[in-house]
Design a protein around this ligand. Structure first.
Ligand SMILES: *Cc1c(COP(=O)(O)O)cnc(C)c1O
Length: 385
């Protein structure tokens, strides 16, 4: 019944975890869910109010423009200027997306012919690989190893692969490892992409979820990056707006234009009312972002202290709401996550769910209150010590 591209999909580990979680809940277990990367706090009220107003205006009820409202793209460009120091022409170098997942899934259709290669990090957000495969492309895995600070080894990619490579996905601050990339790495990527004529897609979903004064550099702030790549920014994590489906792509105008050609034939754009709320998010005071980051930093510190007391030491991440923790030697990541769920009622994501190089790790999302994280730490201590 199904097409080969569906039959070729890897088993969806996250669905299995959801089932196990539901089963524990049905047994009456008080499950603490540190699994899903979905903010637990509501969207800030000024953004919600803006949406309410917009949805009452019949002008928002028609088909949106497939490139996105120019006002939204202007707000996005101004936000890029203010927070990242990059200059974007809203008319030709920006595109509204229905969430960045939509962009990641559709971009390969614009750049890959069957058999062309896309460079895909591992561990990673699974859609880079699946989007490549759906377009008939061939993913080439770039392992992200702790010994390399979770950056890919560009020199290690074989020449015969590079000959066929058209596209490269990157994501820093990184999900799931929470690693950040220094500007120097982005400079190397620009040279590498120029030399090998590769389109770079930098997924910057965690650009503003940062701690301890760290500021995450934009890939596009590097000289020459606008010639080779685009950056995907999402309002989902930054403004607790995962359900709203709103994001934008900025960067090289030819890449943006190619992406737009795909989008104009698949979707009909993001709801104008959501884009108006997005304008509010991007153009208002960014205090709500600072406040959320303070909340995540406190949670991070509680979990790291707890893990450390169990002999699991993790360097405090400077960004993202994930803790990427090594697991005890006598377990694999699925076995360890099963142990946490069945014996302690804690959901965490096994590293191997993000690719083979994720084996040996487990990912905790900081999406529960300090009290609940403390409770989780207590349960783990009983289990492990
Ligand atoms: C959450 C996430 C996304 C999806 O963001 P949306 O804008 O909600 O589609 C994309 N990339 C990474 C790495 C993510 O973690």
């Amino acid at each position: 019944m199904y097409a080969d591209r569906i039959n070729a999909l890897p088993p969806y580990l996250f669905a299995t975890i959801d089932e196990a979680k539901a089963e524990m809940r049905s047994k009456g277990v008080d499950v603490i869910d540190l699994g899903v990367g979905d903010p637990d706090q509501p969207t800030p009220s000024h953004i919600v109010e803006s949406m309410c107003e917009a949805v009452r205006d019949p002008a928002t009820h028609s088909y949106p423009s497939y490139t996105g409202m120019i006002e939204f793209r202007e707000a996005a460009a101004q936000w890029c200027k203010d927070t990242k120091g990059i200059d974007i022409d809203p008319a030709s170098e920006a595109l509204t997306m229905i969430g960045s997942k939509e962009g990641v899934a559709h971009l390969p259709l614009a750049f890959l012919n069957p058999g062309d290669v896309a460079l895909v990090p591992d561990p990673a957000y699974p859609v880079y690989q699946i989007g490549t495969q759906f377009a008939g492309g061939v993913p080439h895995i770039m392992p992200l190893l702790e010994e390399n600070d979770f950056l890919p080894d560009l020199d290690g990619i074989p020449a015969d692969v590079l000959n066929k490579t058209k596209l490269m996905f990157l994501n820093y601050p990184n999900n799931p490892t929470s690693a950040t990339a220094p500007l120097k790495f982005f400079e190397e990527v620009v040279d590498f992409a120029r030399e090998n004529e590769i389109v770079v897609i930098h997924d910057n979903a965690y650009s503003d979820m940062v701690y301890d004064g760290y500021q995450s550099p934009s890939f596009l702030s590097v000289d020459g990056a606008m010639d080779v790549g685009i950056e995907l920014y999402s309002l989902s994590k930054t403004y607790n707006m995962t359900g709203w489906r709103i994001a934008f792509a900025v960067g090289n105008r030819d890449i943006i234009s190619g992406f737009g050609k795909v989008k104009s034939n698949i979707d009909s754009g993001a709801f104008d009312a959501v884009q108006r709320a997005g304008i509010t998010a991007l153009s208002s005071s960014q205090q709500c972002v600072t406040d959320m980051n303070k909340i995540y930093a406190d949670r991070r510190d509680v979990l790291l202290k707890g893990l450390s007391s169990m002999g699991i030491d993790v360097k405090p991440p400077k960004a993202t709401f994930y803790i990427w923790a090594p697991i005890p030697d006598n377990y694999d990541s699925i076995g360890f996550s099963r142990l946490l769920l069945e014996k302690a009622g804690i959901v965490a994501t096994p590293g191997v769910g993000f690719g083979d190089s994720g084996e040996g790790y487990i990912r905790f999302a900081l999406t529960q209150t300090v009290d609940r994280i403390n409770e989780a730490v207590g349960r783990m201590e009983e289990l492990i010590i």
